[in-house]
Structures are given as structure tokens and as C-alpha cells.
Design a protein around this ligand. Structure first.
Ligand code: IDP
Ligand code: MG
Length: 149
């Protein structure tokens, strides 16, 4: 089963959207295997967003993502990396499809509520940055046969 890294950003936490984001993944059938509520240290933020270090918005992005607590999560399920990106919607909430998290709850690109890994390799990298293996829980659920055929 695939795993992906999802994070409710400081804006989502402040606006009381942690539950909304979790509920969408839970109700679809994905399995929560890691959850951490904390304020990201600057070095971790710079590493996490390292691919954007040359962009004009990088400093503001790091300042924002470290400005308050986040809810960092690992979700597991079939094809969850791509599916989670679809559920989040486009980076810019103005361009996100109706019904997606960013369209439903966001307006500006720098306040787009939640993060999701963009590829399987990216997911593995980000999960490793935010979680120790011991913090990820494998468990079986009785409902799995009602979710997967
Ligand atoms: P993603 O979060 O959809 O993967 P990325 O391009 O990886 O989008 O950008 C990371 C984050 O940086 C975005 O979620 C958004 O909050 C912020 N960001 C991206 N582009 C801009 C921009 O042009 N201005 C301000 N913030 C941006
Ligand atoms: Mg990205």
C-alpha cells in the first residue's frame, strides 16, 4: 500500500480545519498511520521546501509554515499519493476544482490550507523528514474489506 504525507498548514489549524481535512481522508477510506501536531523548526521547513529555495516566495513560505503549529500526517491506501493531490486541488485555490480542499477552504496561494506530497518519491522523502519509522503505526481494520474489493 502506498503512503503519502499530508499536512494541515498553520492557516488551516488557525481556522479550525484540521478535522475537516482528516474527515475527508477518513471518509474516503484511507488509513491514518501517523499524526503529529507541532511547530516546524526553520531548518526542517527549509529542507521540506528545498526545491523552492531559489523562488521569490521561499522566505515568506518558510516564515509562514513555521509561524504556528501544523498537523502533520501520514495516510496509507491504494494510489493515495495521486488521489490526495486530487483531493487537495491545484496549488492556487483560485484554480482548484470545486469540491477540492483548497477550493472549498482557500482563496490565496500562500494560504492554501494543506500540503500533500507530489509523487511517491516525494512522499517517501517527506515522511522520512517528519516521522521516525517507530511513529508510523501498521494496523489492520475490520472495515478494509468494505473499502477494497
Ligand atoms: P504544492 O503545495 O501544490 O505542491 P508547490 O509548487 O510545491 O505547490 O509550492 C509549495 C507551496 O508554496 C504552495 O503550497 C504554496 O503555499 C506556496 N507557493 C507556491 N507558489 C507560490 C507563489 O507563487 N506565491 C506564494 N506562495 C506560493
Ligand atoms: Mg509541492
Amino acid at each position: 500500500m502506498e503512503r503519502t504525507f499530508i499536512m494541515v498548514k498553520p492557516d488551516g489549524v488557525q481556522r479550525g480545519l484540521v478535522g475537516e481535512v482528516i474527515t475527508r481522508f477518513e471518509k474516503r477510506g484511507y488509513k491514518l498511520i501517523g499524526l503529529k501536531f507541532f511547530t516546524i523548526p526553520t531548518v526542517l521547513a527549509e529542507t521540506h521546501y528545498g526545491e523552492h529555495c531559489d523562488k521569490p516566495f521561499f522566505r515568506g513560505l518558510v516564515d509562514f509554515i513555521t509561524s504556528g503549529p501544523v498537523a502533520a500526517m501520514v495516510w496509507e491506501g491504494k494510489n493515495v499519493v495521486a488521489a490526495a493531490r486530487e483531493m487537495l486541488g491545484a496549488t492556487d485555490p483560485q484554480k482548484a476544482l470545486p469540491g477540492t480542499i483548497r477550493s472549498a477552504y482557500g482563496i490565496d496561494i500562500g494560504r492554501n490550507v494543506a500540503h500533500g506530497s507530489d509523487s511517491e518519491a516525494g512522499a517517501q522523502r517527506e515522511i522520512g523528514l517528519f516521522f521516525d519509522e517507530t511513529e508510523l503505526k501498521s494496523y489492520s481494520r475490520a472495515i478494509d474489506s468494505w473499502i477494497y474489493e
